[in-house]
Design a binder for this molecule. Structure first.
Ligand code: 5GP
Ligand code: ZN
Length: 114
């Protein structure tokens, strides 16, 4: 655990969050400032800053959780599609330096998009 990391504190239960999914290696929770209803963040429980730092098995676990959660989130909020994205480094817009995949439900005509 990285002491000053918000997402490590969320994994440890020191900061409350709305849990969407959890297993031994992966945690998923609702974004506190959602771009759409159901906007979910999927993170490795262990602290890594950038995608390339993740051990291959953990990377696979995160992506597998993203894959299986996506249709469940879509049906929960009746979305038509999903934007899945990772801001990898501060210059790309990564504000929290703990790897996280965004699952953002999309609706026909919502006019959004990265
Ligand atoms: P980034 O810009 O790093 O890709 O995305 C960080 C995301 O984390 C943002 O969408 C932001 O709303 C979310 N976030 C930041 N702090 C918290 C928090 O304390 N709790 C939750 N649930 N989400 C957070
Ligand atoms: Zn962390």
């Amino acid at each position: 655990m990285q002491e000053d990391c918000i997402f490590c504190k969320i994994v440890a239960g020191e900061i409350p969050s709305r849990t969407v999914y959890e297993d031994d290696n992966v945690f998923a929770f609702l974004d506190v400032n959602p771009l759409a209803p159901g906007h979910t963040l999927v993170i490795p429980k262990e602290h890594y800053e950038r995608v390339a730092e993740l051990p291959a098995e953990l990377s696979a676990s995160v992506f597998s959780a993203v894959s299986s959660l996506t249709p469940r989130i879509e049906s929960a909020v009746d979305a038509d599609a999903t934007t899945i994205g990772i801001n990898n480094g501060p210059e790309a817009g990564q504000e929290v330096p703990h790897v996280h995949a965004h699952i953002i439900p999309r609706f026909e005509g919502d006019g959004g998009g990265p």
